[in-house]
Design a protein around this ligand. Structure first.
Ligand code: PEP
Ligand code: MG
Length: 584
């Protein structure tokens, strides 16, 4: 959404993804699109390169069709027809065959060949006298850039080699793009698409980089070099702000730093309510590099270690030894606290390029996470072995993602038992009493927690997915973000059922979804008697402050009332109001 303010400054409103205020110069990803490094390839790689090229063409076609639909809706069919020319470029046999035949002959990576062919094309067109045909030049250039972007898929080279501090502006960023961002150089980022709990947003929080997603037209409105203000808490982005706005946000940024310093004083105090009810306050990590931040913010352990990032940004699969060493290091650094290691949760918006997994119509409902692992014991058991071996070096808990019912839990545990047996035979040490838990992030699991609780040592509620599946709302789609409500009565009831069912069987229940990081919701969760909050490291101090400012009795009263309300909005407004009253 765009608003024109008084002066020439432009205000865009998107979805807040990671808090913080930042002022900086924009760098539009995509402006580098016409540069590619020449990389030789072996003959055996040629078919793979051709497949990559074909996939990039398909992806580009889908993108253009999406744009066409949007324009047709918003501006009429006639305007949308302009894009027919773009689609024709994608079907141009001379262009496609030119690339494939040069690829076979020259054995150079497909991006490089494609760019060479594209440049030649552009040159030929620019010499043509016919003004109509010359106009087609910009179509070719535009589509060419898109194909190139999709061919490269990841832009981590650019992101990890920035020379100055910049605000990144992109249509979209993949989680692996975000993971490769250099925190010193990328001071904020904004994207056209994406939702609050997309993994890109989660990574931004983990890296403590202010971010706003789902702005829809950031890339259309912003040029490299523009001055940008990002308010990651409200989702507001100013383009070329005037002096008054600049001063206001600079002061706000200073205020935030001061507040953070005050909150950090809570670091060594327990997460305990006024009437002595203690909860565990842990942190989520994606990369071991986040450990210093976890400790600095006063988290007492890791409630979710998302190991799939360990598989990202590399060509091969990590070996058992690599897994083992990484886990052991995390365990040793976090001592005396514990670490919950979640097994590979690929799928949804997290892709691993080294696993040739076909594209699916519904990736969030597809062959992913524990489903993939159970079908591929060759990959799963490597990780299980490493986790078990690491368990000899600290307090390690193991957790399976995307459990839909007790059968999957049994199957996973059966594989775990096989690995344990193998280690015993080989006399390799591991923690025989290792706790094994299930993420509860699918409604079928949430509704059968009484059954699961008999066979799991703990539960961790994954609200990012639980909300998406229970309200049928894609967590990364900005268009329907308004439906993504952690406080929807259905979600609250599911959470209550999970916690109560767990407690009836003496199973502790944590939450590692983003809902636990949100102050107003934390108050509700406290009242529901959640045992463990696992939040992004930077959110630890503010969640601790809330827990320490109220009594369990007060929190229970708040949630009792909240459960009687009828809409997500009512619950959210009510809990925000109570938070203001109870926490200064
Ligand atoms: C969740 O779904 O809430 C969760 C913590 O897992 P992820 O965000 O990695 O899917
Ligand atoms: Mg999940």
């Amino acid at each position: 959404m765009m608003k024109n303010t008084n002066s020439k400054q432009i205000l865009l409103k998107g979805i807040p993804a990671a808090p913080g205020v930042v002022v900086g110069k924009a760098f539009c990803l995509g402006s580098e699109d016409m540069q590619v490094e020449r990389r030789d390839i072996a003959e055996a790689q040629i078919p793979k390169e051709i497949t990559r090229f074909e996939e990039a063409l398909i992806k580009t076609r889908n993108e253009i069709l999406d744009i066409q639909k949007k324009i047709s809706r918003e501006m009429g069919v006639r305007h949308a027809q302009i894009f027919n020319a773009h689609l024709l470029v994608l079907e141009d046999r001379t262009l496609i065959e030119g690339v494939i035949s040069r690829l076979k002959k020259e054995r150079v990576c497909v991006e490089y060949i494609f760019l060479e062919v594209l440049k030649r094309y552009i040159k030929t067109f620019s010499h043509i006298d016919d003004p109509y045909l010359r106009e087609r030049l910009s179509d070719i250039e535009d589509v060419g850039k898109r194909i190139l972007r999709n061919l490269r898929g990841i832009r981590r080279d650019i992101l990890s080699n920035l020379k100055e501090k910049l605000v990144i502006v992109a249509y979209d960023l993949s989680p692996s793009d975000t993971a490769s961002m250099h925190k010193e150089k990328v001071i904020g980022f904004i994207t056209d698409i994406g939702g609050k709990t997309s993994h890109t947003a989660i990574m931004a929080k983990a890296l403590e980089i202010p971010a706003v997603v789902g702005l829809e037209e950031a890339t259309a409105k912003i040029k490299t070099g523009d001055t940008i203000i990002i308010d990651g808490a409200t989702g507001e982005v100013f383009i070329n702000p005037d002096k008054v706005t600049l001063n206001k946000y600079r002061q706000q940024s200073e205020r935030l730093v001061r507040r953070e310093q005050i909150l950090l004083k809570l670091r060594d105090l327990p997460a305990e309510t006024l009437d002595g009810h203690r909860v565990e306050l842990a942190a989520n990590i994606e990369l071991p590099e986040e450990l210093p931040s976890v400790l600095a913010h006063g988290a007492k352990g890791i409630g979710l270690y998302r190991t799939e990032y360990f598989y990202m940004n590399r060509m091969d699969l990590p070996s058992e030894q690599e897994h083992f060493e990484a886990y052991k290091k995390v365990l040793q650094q976090i001592k005396p606290y514990s670490v919950v290691i979640r097994t590979l949760d690929l799928g949804g918006d997290k892709f691993l390029s080294q696993l040739d997994i076909p594209q699916e119509m519904n990736p969030y409902l597809g062959w992913r996470a524990i489903r993939f692992c159970l079908a591929r014991p060759d990959i799963f058991k490597v990780q299980l072995r490493a986790i078990l071996r690491a368990s000899a070096y600290g307090k390690l808990k193991l957790m399976y993602p995307m459990i839909s019912g007790v059968e999957e839990l049994r199957q996973a545990n059966k594989m775990l038992d096989e690995v344990k047996e193998e280690l015993r035979r080989r006399r390799i040490a591991f923690d025989k009493d290792i706790e094994v838990g299930a993420m509860i992030e699918i409604p079928s699991a949430a509704l059968t927690c009484d059954i699961l609780a008999k066979e799991a040592d703990f539960f961790s509620i994954g609200t990012n997915d639980l909300i998406q599946y229970s309200i049928a709302v894609d967590r990364v789609n900005e268009k329907i973000a308004y439906l993504y409500e952690p406080t929807h009565p259905a979600v609250l009831r599911l959470i209550k059922n999970i916690i109560d069912s767990g407690h009836r069987e003496n199973v502790w229940v944590g939450m590692c979804g983003e809902m636990a990081s949100e102050p107003a919701f934390a108050l509700l969760l406290l009242g529901l008697e959640l045992d463990e909050f696992s939040v992004s490291p930077a959110a630890v101090p503010s969640i601790k402050q809330i827990i320490r400012s109220v009594s369990l009795k007060q929190a229970k009263e708040v949630v009792e009332k909240a459960l009687s309300l009828t809409t997500g909005k009512e619950v959210e407004d009510f809990s925000r109001k109570k938070l203001k009253e109870l926490v200064s």
